[in-house]
Design a protein around this ligand. Sequence first.
Ligand SMILES: Nc1nc2c(ncn2[C@@H]2O[C@H](COP(=O)(O)OP(=O)(O)OP(=O)(O)O)[C@@H](O)[C@H]2O)c(=O)[nH]1
Length: 202
Amino acid sequence: MLNYFSLKMIDKKNITGIILAGGKSSRMGTDKGFLTLNEKPFIQHSIDALTPLVSEIIIVSDNPDYNVLGYERVTDIIKDAGPVAGICSGLEASKTDYNLVLSCDIPLIKTEVLEKLIVNRDTDADIIQIESNGKTMPLIALYKKQCHIVFNELLKKDERRLRVAVNQCRVKNIPLESKDYNTTMNVNTKEELKQLEHAHNH
Ligand SMILES: Nc1nc2c(ncn2[C@@H]2O[C@H](COP(=O)(O)OP(=O)(O)OP(=O)(O)O)[C@@H](O)[C@H]2O)c(=O)[nH]1
């Protein structure tokens, strides 16, 4: 639960939420942000988890259908170049030093998990990312705006691998307790969608 004291420590004015909702969705075949869980679009689950923590939300996608949600939408600085370009586009558009970056395919994500990134921020790390069951999650992470400079340089050299880009920055991992592992489940295929619905219902 978010409590009064932890909420007081979070200065929402200094944090922007950036949701990546581009890409090809080649494994799923349809835009993942508009899949639903409990009749709510996946992207709305990301928005709802971010809202208590951020002053602004930016959706990074070339798909104008996302405009219906009423948030600022920016397009990718390089089309179809993957999450590095998506993050870069969001960071360039952001007006704040700290930015919570989320993918749009993690509908079990919770504010309480994202809050751990914020309360653990320190001046040395450029990226603070969740570690869930031993796996680091650069798409559930807090980025300093300045990361766009490094990411841009890599894109110019045609380096598009997100893990390579992240490792060029100063990174801190925040391991989750096992009870929270489910909150980071992402969905790439119809089979994974069934597994997620099962995890949600049990
Ligand atoms: N803005 C933007 N977001 C992206 C891009 N590629 C992936 N994403 C987002 O990054 C997250 C993880 O995406 P992946 O599942 O790795 O890739 P995908 O292209 O959506 O799906 P696959 O084609 O099946 O790999 C999702 O939220 C995607 O919407 C991109 O080029 N631009």
